[in-house]
Design a protein around this ligand. Structure first.
Ligand SMILES: CC(C)(COP(=O)(O)OP(=O)(O)OC[C@H]1O[C@@H](n2cnc3c(N)ncnc32)[C@H](O)[C@@H]1OP(=O)(O)O)[C@@H](O)C(=O)NCCC(=O)NCCS
Length: 297
């Protein structure tokens, strides 16, 4: 039995992150994001670990990720934090953990997903790459006054506002969107620039690069048309690139293949080269899509 629980072993989180930090430097800060936001990794992740004494030599994590996939709600098993200590690799530790996870989840999660730099580690276990796209549209520069204000999640009032929006969020896409989930969101987005549009009761995560606005997340109980989001943000840009399927944004976007292997519009440094993989049924296969960033745990 490799399956453990953070609830029954309060020291396990630190020991798992000792392993993860040496494999993915900086991941401890992302864990801290969840603590600050009040939605911790340990509250949602089930750890499969191989231990030697008090040390964790190998880890595979699992969390339930609420998605909308091809127009239907679906809870998918998200596999994350896959690592074996360098001194213990190629001895079958990862195999033991992932095989137990696959057996455990066969009924609960018909579909599993992950993002990885190394598809070859997961293909032998039935995962397949789902090609991703980014979505581009030309827009007219704004002239009006922006209504948006920056959210500061260190401030309890802004943090409560963000919790409220996430709890009631509509998935940003009906092709592939994320539902009401907080821990993975905080892991990724706690330090992102977040703007709040009061007239739409909406939080937007977007980064301007020269005349292009990269749009990563839109959090609200309904997804308004792009025009209204841009009016609230007041950004003077010529084009918008959405890093999620923009079917709810009521604008004409063109999909461009995006394998995340570099390119001018690639995601932030550190996210490049990650591919999206699924195992089991995936109704959105074949459609232009991208797994939204706050689900890429
Ligand atoms: C990926 C990783 C967890 C594998 O751990 P491991 O305990 O050494 O893996 P195992 O010995 O159990 O190997 C199981 C199977 O995984 C695949 N695999 C593991 N390492 C591999 C490698 N370097 N190249 C190709 N396939 C590999 C093989 O199919 C292997 O079966 P085989 O040994 O019969 O060929 C480890 O290399 C690691 O921590 N890498 C750095 C972090 C990482 O890349 N994580 C992946 C998510 S981004």
């Amino acid at each position: 039995m490799f399956k453990h629980s953070y609830a029954s072993d309060p020291t396990l989180g630190d020991r798992v992150f000792d392993l993860l930090e040496q494999t993915f430097p900086g991941v401890g800060q992302a864990r801290d994001n969840g603590v600050r936001f009040g939605a911790t990794w340990e509250s949602v992740s089930t750890p499969y670990v191989h231990r030697e004494g008090s040390r964790v030599l190998a880890h595979v994590g699992l969390m339930a990720m609420p998605l909308e996939v091809a127009g239907r709600p679906a809870v998918v098993g998200g596999v994350h934090g896959v690592a074996t200590d360098p001194s213990a690799r190629r001895r079958g530790l990862f195999r033991g953990l992932i095989e137990e996870l696959l057996a455990d989840t066969a009924e609960r999660f018909p579909t599993l997903m992950l993002t990885t730099l190394h598809r070859e580690y997961f293909e032998p276990f039935g995962f397949r790459v789902v090609p991703e796209s980014i979505f581009r549209t030309r827009v007219s520069p704004r002239v009006g006054m922006p209504t948006a204000r920056s959210l500061d999640l260190a401030d309890p009032t802004d943090r409560a506002l963000m919790h409220r929006l996430l709890a009631a969020r509509a998935p940003v896409s009906s092709v592939l969107g994320v539902g009401a989930e907080k821990a993975c969101w905080a892991f990724y987005e706690y330090r992102s620039p977040i703007r709040y549009l009061p007239e739409l009761d909406l939080a937007v995560i977007a980064v301007r690069r020269e005349r292009t606005l990269a749009l990563y997340d839109v959090v609200g109980s309904t997804i308004p048309p792009l025009e209204r989001i841009l009016a609230g943000l007041g950004e003077s840009v010529d084009q918008v690139v959405a890093y999620f399927s923009p079917d709810r944004l009521a604008a004409e976007f063109a999909a461009e293949p995006h394998d995340l292997e570099g390119g001018p519009e690639s995601l932030e440094p550190g996210e490049r080269d990650f591919v999206f993989m699924v195992r089991g049924p995936f109704a959105a296969a074949g459609r232009p899509l991208m797994l939204p960033r706050p689900a890429r745990c």
